[in-house]
Structure formats: C-alpha cells, structure tokens
Design a protein around this ligand. Structure first.
Ligand code: CP
Length: 305
C-alpha cells in the first residue's frame, strides 16, 4: 500500500503484520539516542487542519526517530486562512516534493481527495467522523501487549460513537481481528442503521459492560453535534460516565482505554482514568511505536527522487 487512508480495506494479515512491526518499534521508540536511518533524506509534512496533541507530536517524534526531516505546517497561520482550497494547498505542498504528508481534516473524505492530488504517500491522521487508522492500530497494540491477543475478547466501546472516527476505525480493526465489539451509548449517539452489521448495541451501561475485557471510553464531540443533541454533563456522567462502580460491572481484570483528549467528570472519572486498570498513558506511548511502524511500512513505496 502506498497510503494509509483507513482501516477499511486492510486484511487481518495486513493488520497483524503492522502490529508485529509496531511491537518491534516499542524498544526503538524509547531509545532517543539510537536514531534509525530508514527515512534519511526524506521530507515529512504534518498538515493538521484540526487541533491535536497526541497524534501530531507522535508523528513528529516517529518521523524524527526514523531520520526524516519533519515539517509541521501551521494551518492557522497559512494561506488556508486566506481561502486557499484543500486541492490548491495540496498542489502547493506537492511542488515542494515531500515524501510523506500526514493529514488531519474536519471533513470525512478530505484525506482521500488529497491523496489523489499528490505524488507522495499520505497518512490519514483523522478525517471528520470517518477514520483515524493509527489510533485504532495503537489501541490494538496496547490491547495485544496487555491481553496477549485480540481474538475472542469482548470490547465495549462507550459514549459518542456516532461522531467518532476513533470508534469507526476501532470497530473495523477489532472485528477483523476477531474481537466481539459492543457499542454502548444513548440511542441518539449510536450510528443509525448499525443493527445487523455484527455489532451488539446497548443503551444500558450495566448490560453493555457485563463480561467486557476492555472498556473503551469516548469523549462527547460537541464540536460535531451542530446543536442537535447535546446532553447535560451531569446527566451524562450519571448514566454513561465510567466511574469505579460502573467499571465493577465489567470483568474483574477489565482494562480501561480512552484515545484522549479526556473530559474528566463527563465520560470518565479521574479515579478510573488514573487508576490501576487504566491503559490511557500506555496508549499514548504506543502511539510513537505504531506511527514509526506505519512510516516504515510506507518507506518502500516512497517516490524515487
Ligand atoms: N487521540 C487523538 O487523536 O488525540 P489528538 O487529537 O490529541 O491527536
């Protein structure tokens, strides 16, 4: 594959190969002094039209660990603010002959469009409510390292599923690797038409968490709600916020995940987020290893210069 635009279309074999490669990168990603040369002489542009803490910084660290020259495009101070279109921005950057462009955009499909307009490899760092493939890969790597595998696990994805690209990529990846995926949310935050696609849905947290090995919490994405249904924070936390009591409904050895950014006291309590069953910090660490693996996997498909 020349690009990584989504989990959709990747086979169990593709995913396992990427996760194996990422596992090998975990030790390397911790050794700052041992930079690799896989991307020496290559230029990586991080083009983020939406805010990011984890994804952008870990792509920058990953690129640098592999020897690439990494440039963070500041969209807020770019000519995008003067009305330049996505296609013109892509053509402009393409003329500078980058080897990799990492893109986050608020519109679903924007990354696919950009990939058609440039000569280099493109990685989707999140497009609207569509996909966030490297997040799903780092979640899977974290699960694998803690549970020994993915097949047969029961994973409860809870919260604002309808607006979540993280949920979508995770649903695709986890189902492909043989996990049982449950979606737990108020009916207004479940994707319409999801019934019959092989995912169990629950509107009741107690039933949804019963027997879960992994409890994956999601943030309420108010920026995507367009005034339709915005639950009150207090009410939401009472019914759907993960606190110690609700976590006790899952398996005793259940582990808690959250892609970040967290809204403490809304979808998760601090006690759980910082507790012994939380993998949240490890997820962030795995982000660097996974992004190194993705960049390495694309390295053999980069343009000949
Ligand atoms: N999980 C995630 O994508 O975080 P950022 O928005 O901080 O990159």
């Amino acid at each position: 594959h020349r690009h990584l635009l989504g989990i959709e279309g990747l086979s169990a074999l593709d995913l396992t190969a990427l996760l194996d490669l990422a596992d090998e990168q975990v030790e390397v990603s911790r050794q700052v002094e041992k930079k690799k040369s896989t991307l020496r002489g290559r230029t990586q542009i991080n083009l983020f039209f939406e805010p990011s803490t984890r994804t952008q910084s870990s792509f920058e660290i990953a690129g640098k660990r592999l020897g690439a020259d990494v440039m963070n495009m500041s969209v807020a101070s770019s000519s995008v603010k003067k009305g330049e279109t996505l296609v013109d921005t892509a053509a402009t950057l393409n003329a500078m002959r980058p080897d990799l462009i990492i893109v986050r955009h608020h519109a679903a499909g924007a990354v696919h469009l950009l990939a058609q307009k440039v000569d280099c490899s493109v990685v989707n760092a999140g497009d609207g409510a569509h996909e966030h493939p490297t997040q799903a890969l780092l979640d899977a790597l974290t699960i694998r390292r803690n549970k020994g595998g993915i097949e047969g696990l029961t994973v409860a994805i809870c919260g604002d599923i309808v607006h979540s690209r993280v949920a979508r990529s995770n649903m695709l990846l986890l189902a492909t690797l043989g996990a049982r995926v449950r979606l737990v949310a108020p009916s207004t935050l479940l994707p319409p038409g999801i019934e019959g696609l092989g995912f169990e849905t629950f509107t009741d947290m107690r039933r949804g968490l019963d027997g879960a090995d992994i409890v994956m919490m999601l943030r309420l994405q108010r920026e995507r709600m367009n005034g339709s249904f915005v639950p009150s924070t207090k009410e939401y936390f009472r019914f759907y916020g993960l606190d110690q009591e609700k976590l006790s409904w899952a398996k005793p050895d259940a582990l808690v995940m959250h892609p970040g950014p967290m809204n403490r006291g809304v979808e998760i309590s601090s006690e759980v987020a910082d507790g012994a069953q939380s993998l949240i910090r490890e997820q962030v660490e795995m982000g660097v290893a996974v992004r190194m693996a993705v960049l390495e996997a694309l390295a053999s498909h980069l343009p000949n210069r």
